[in-house]
Design a binder for this molecule. Structure first.
Ligand code: DLL
Length: 468
């Protein structure tokens, strides 16, 4: 559905726009200004001020949701709560969560707090079943997103005047256009490459001399590998900064990408329900986890079982409330991403808390070559094919740095075997899966009874990718 690295297989603040430190579009020579920040006053705001700002904006965001979104109003009324009752940030812990299925249940526009004709953009990502999760933006939302993405790119080390090669997928996925608008706002020259066509990516990276590349970490490695096999050494060129995210990755992968592309690899985090890329971004100085932009988002970490906040610095599920979104205010959104928050001021001087590396998810969502995929979506696609039994497993492997999905699924006993029939069924399944969920999978048809049965929960996924 959402193509983070398009073409590979699939996905590849409140108030007016702020002026960058040195004036919009000002050229800063390569590495000339290591201390540059896009919005220094906000990025280094003392934490007490930041928390006071959060409380004020949180009340406004709850009021927007209460007044304009029936679901939120009903949930607040059901517990006798009114936004004016919000006296301190800690009050949040007793308020209801929002979950991904809320968006599906109110598909497509039922959770918008603004009339459709005030929305200037829609994006969508995978839902848990066939229906995508639709998100929308007012002019103000797009403006703040561009600011936050510019802030993120600058935090990662990009500067006005840089060439930014953007290989995040353009389209319904938020990566491409999100990074694009941010790079433009920063005053950089954007190469709107999108994902795929790796050979051309390498030629343009070399010929245009990009200083910054934006893509998923797995795609960065795929680019490195193809460049090496073609004898093109990107390490000798101006490429200096990578802004990588949209899928889980590790410190080992960071080191490998840095060595093979000769750049500093920074981690960018985001999700479409909250905004898209640029909810948080790592600084090049610290490389110690993405700074979550706390003037626009409120981050909590909860125990996914008890649903209560964990102690400061403990690991749990990240929950995010938007503070300035007009079209789609999100209240205590359960991201399902497992992480920790670090609040000590960073080496770079920024005061915004750092989201530590995402170590997993509290649901069964897989990210395969950047495509968000729930086993239930694959199941829905397989159930539409009458020759198949409802017994399957998704096997995920990493081959040459890229994720490969194989679907092992049983064929009904009543289907007589012939190589032609099976080849035709296999092709139909592959096509159906691709068109419904946007992932190219290898299909392994199995005799009835051969997918392992489980005594308890069915094991739907065998994720054989290295953890580090
Ligand atoms: O992936 C937005 C994005 C685009 C982020 C480009 C960064 C760069 P979704 O398609 O809605 O949005 O997927 C969101 O991807 O809940 C995480 O599980 C995962 N994810 C995103 N960034 C990271 C990261 C975009 N840096 C889901 N590390 C999130 C680990 C990440 N996982």
């Amino acid at each position: 559905m959402s193509t983070k690295t398009a073409g590979l297989t699939a996905r590849g603040g409140g108030g007016a726009a702020r002026q960058p430190d040195s004036g919009s579009g000002a050229k800063v020579r390569r590495n000339a200004d290591a201390a540059y920040m896009f919005d220094r006053a906000t990025e280094t705001m003392p934490r007490e001020e930041l928390l006071a700002l959060q409380l004020r904006r949180l009340r406004e965001s709850y009021t927007n949701a209460y007044e304009n979104v029936a679901l939120h109003r009903e949930r607040m009324k059901a517990i006798g709560f009114h936004p004016q009752d919000l006296k301190q940030l800690g009050d949040l812990a007793d308020l209801p969560f929002t979950v991904k299925t809320d968006l599906r249940d109110h598909y497509p526009f039922g959770m918008f707090a603004r009339p459709r004709d005030e929305l200037l953009r829609l994006h969508a990502s995978s839902g848990t079943t066939g229906k995508p999760t639709v998100v929308g933006y007012t002019a103000g939302d797009l403006d703040r997103w561009a600011d936050l993405m510019a802030r993120s790119l600058a935090c990662a080390g990009a500067r006005p005047g840089d060439i930014i090669h953007n290989a995040y997928g353009y389209g319904l996925f938020t990566g491409g256009l999100g990074a694009h608008d941010g790079a433009t706002r920063l005053g950089a020259t954007v190469v709107p490459m999108s994902g795929g066509n790796t050979e051309k990516q390498i030629v343009l990276l070399r010929d245009f001399g990009a200083r910054v590349i934006c893509c998923t970490p797995s795609y960065a490695l795929a680019i490195a590998e193809l460049a090496e096999s073609e004898g093109i050494d990107l390490r000798n060129g101006p490429l200096a900064i990578g802004v990588f995210g949209a899928e889980p990755w590790s410190e080992a992968m960071r080191r490998e990408i840095e060595a093979r592309l000769g750049l500093r690899a920074t981690d960018i985090y985001g999700l479409s329900e909250i905004m898209g890329p640029g909810v948080a971004c790592e600084c090049e100085q610290g490389q110690a986890g993405p700074h979550g932009w706390e003037d626009h988002f409120l981050f909590e970490v909860i125990d996914p079982e008890t649903e209560r906040p964990v102690a400061d610095g403990e690991s749990g599920e990240l929950v995010i409330s938007t503070l300035t979104k007009e079209a789609l205010p999100m209240l205590r959104y359960r991201t399902r991403d497992i992480t920790r928050l670090a609040t000590a001021t960073c080496a770079c001087g920024r005061t915004h808390a750092r989201i530590q590396r995402i170590t997993g998810r509290s649901d069964d969502m897989l990210i395969i070559r950047g495509v968000n995929l729930y086993p239930s979506q694959a199941e829905a696609a397989l159930l539409g094919i009458p020759e198949l039994e409802p017994h399957y497993q998704l096997v995920v492997e990493r081959i040459k740095h890229l994720d490969e999905l194989t679907i092992e699924v049983e064929v009904r006993q009543s289907v007589a075997f012939s190589p032609e029939t099976f080849a035709a069924i296999g092709e139909r399944v592959r096509h159906h899966v691709k068109s419904m969920i946007g992932v190219t999978a290898k299909i392994h048809l199995m005799p009835a009874g051969s997918v392992p049965r489980s005594m308890g929960k069915a094991v739907r996924v065998r994720d054989l990718r290295p953890k580090d």
